[in-house]
Design a protein around this ligand. Structure first.
Ligand code: TEU
Ligand code: CA
Length: 553
């Protein structure tokens, strides 16, 4: 089937976590003026779209994913004028801007929730999910994603409200048409300001089943996923959103869809479904869960990783569109997790980039990935800022008997704060991120790993990303070619073909720190890009990646 051409299929996106990107006024917190200062850097990198994590008013229990005013800019980030200027300046450079739409829940300081918890009945009572106690306790055993029960008692209403995330993030009641109307109006307001789309936070969790019975016991609490993920009305709501809002604009929409299968993804992002353009499937990032969920030190299993990518590439072929990412603000750093942040740091970062950027789908680069930023390396619990990490520490160490040492190791490997240390701009103090004291410590390796240094080195990771991005823009096969896995059985090499007649790409990546023999290496085929300067016949060196481009006549 011939793929329909769309700008968002041809784009490379870049995710900014504003709090940690660039501080313009010395208060230690990144802000919109800081992003403005770095727009020329993003132009130089060559990306087409910026996705900004939430910039709205928020008490910041979850760094902006708890919104108290959807139409106001967070004071620490700047003003609406700053935003308008940033949008204008981005557009001037041909860069589009998408915002984070967080509408599964609001902050508990949102005026809707403040009204909703009043004792006196009012229209906002029905904006959130309230249930009476069961035997004087929580309505059921569901546990929240960030630890603890998913229910919080409110004395005014003498009921419990439901929150899938922290207790400061009550879930909105999407069943209420008024709630949907408010959200749709807010979306239009932003789109009319000229933004180019939305990344939709946990959008597959907005519809809950009617069934509020206990979930399967997992650790201390019951599992709420079957009751809240891909719920009965989620597609109805998204079609309504599309019909009332999205279809009127030429925008890019990506729904975050945790634990969604390709079959589900086809419903959210099927070309004919009139819902979203694509989803963030996080299956490869969710790999390796154990008894305590993601909190463990299991190594990455390459076979499993390949299997997941293969499945998504194949199943969405011709019917939906993939997004591609190695990490985001919720994940460890890609090079630390999937590559090697020691001896093979640069070469493995480039290999990972090659492997992802040559696949079919829209790539998302998470800030700092393009210079190979690594995990934070925090030694003390006090270094962490993330609500999920801190709550998990307390729950697992104090209540489940995990040792302090083990948990500190798990945090080093998996904490979301690994991705949230300040962007490393230069070798100046605080990595050139701030002139003050940063809200979270900078990674101590900034004198070696920073933008300024890599701008000056032809063979840097940064310059390699620039080439990959440019290649996607010039080579339709990278965007629209069919995907076909090669060497499926190999547990060292990740290889695939991309075909758009008459052009064929062969992508070969060694995921190990060993030399491996590989039958796909060719002496004759022209090399499109590689992270090694030369080639050894029949052998891939540690983390070597090579892409061949052949044209049949
Ligand atoms: O993330 C969805 C989500 O469930 C993540 O919290 C994920 O489970 C976890 O981070 C992996 O350890 C979105 C946002 O991306 C995240 O930053 C928010 O905290 C969350 O929703 C609530 O809005
Ligand atoms: Ca600031």
């Amino acid at each position: 089937m011939k793929e329909q051409k769309k700008w968002w299929k041809e784009a490379v996106a870049y995710q900014i976590y504003p709090r940690s990107f660039k501080d313009s006024n010395g208060d230690g917190i990144g802000d919109l003026r800081g992003i403005l200062e770095k727009l020329d850097y993003l132009s130089y990198l060559g990306i087409d779209v910026i996705w900004m994590s939430p910039i709205f008013q928020s008490p910041n229990h979850d760094n902006g994913y708890d919104i108290s005013d959807y139409q106001g800019i967070m004071d620490e980030f700047g003003t609406m004028e700053d935003f308008e200027l940033l949008l204008k300046e981005s557009h001037k450079r041909g860069i589009k801007m998408i915002l984070d739409l967080v509408v599964n829940h609001t902050s508990d300081e949102h005026p809707w929730f403040i009204k909703s918890r009043e004792a006196q009945e009012n229209p906002y009572w029905g904006y959130y999910i309230w249930k009476p106690a069961r035997d004087g306790k929580e309505p059921n055993n569901w546990g929240a994603w960030f630890g603890g029960s998913a229910w919080e008692y409110d004395e005014n209403r003498e009921k419990y409200y439901f929150h899938q995330f922290s207790l400061h993030q009550p879930d909105l009641n999407w069943q209420n048409p008024k709630v949907r109307e408010e959200i749709f109006a807010m979306m239009k307001w932003w789109l009319d300001k000229g933004i180019d789309g939305f990344r939709m936070d946990v959008i597959n969790m907005i519809s809950k089943t009617e069934d509020y019975s206990d979930g399967e016991q997992k650790g201390m609490y019951g599992d709420l996923s079957p009751y809240c993920m891909n719920g009965p009305k989620v597609h109805e709501y998204l079609r309504e959103m599309n019909e009332k809002v999205l279809c009127r604009y030429d925008v890019m929409t990506i729904g975050e869809a945790m634990e969604a299968s390709p079959a589900e993804a086809k419903k959210y992002a099927g070309a004919d479904r009139k819902e979203l353009n694509m989803v963030f499937q996080l299956e490869h990032l969710d790999m390796g869960k154990g008894k305590y969920g993601k909190w463990n030190d299991k190594p990455v299993n390459l076979q499993e990783l390949k299997g997941i990518f293969n499945k998504w590439q194949e199943e969405l072929n011709g019917v939906g569109w993939n997004s591609l990412c190695w990490s985001n603000h919720d994940q460890p750093r890609a090079v630390s997790r999937f590559g090697n942040d020691g001896a093979y740091w640069a070469v493995s970062a480039k290999m990972l980039a090659t492997c992802l950027h040559m696949m079919r789908g829209t790539p998302f680069i998470y800030q700092g990935e393009e210079i190979g930023m690594t995990n934070a390396g925090f030694q003390k619990l006090e270094d962490y800022r993330d609500v999920e990490s801190i709550q998990a520490y307390h729950e697992l160490v104090k209540q489940s008997g995990v040792s302090h040492e083990a948990m500190m190791e798990y945090l080093k490997l998996k904490s979301r704060d690994n991705a949230r240390t300040p962007m490393q701009w230069s070798e100046e103090g605080q990595a050139g991120f701030t002139e003050g004291s940063p809200w979270i410590s900078v990674n101590g390796n900034y004198p070696e790993i920073n933008v300024e240094k890599q701008q000056g080195e032809e063979t840097s990771i940064l310059n390699y990303y620039r080439r990959l991005i440019a290649l996607r823009h010039d080579h339709p096969v990278i965007v629209y070619g069919d995907f076909c896995m090669l060497l499926e059985e190999s547990d060292t090499v990740f290889a695939y073909k991309r075909i758009l007649d008459p052009v064929k790409l062969t992508v070969v990546c060694n995921f190990t720190s060993q030399e491996v023999a590989c039958s796909l290496l060719s002496e004759a085929a022209p090399v499109l890009i590689s992270n090694y300067r030369d080639r050894i016949s029949g052998i891939l060196r540690p983390y070597e990646a090579v892409v061949y481009e052949e044209t049949s006549i």
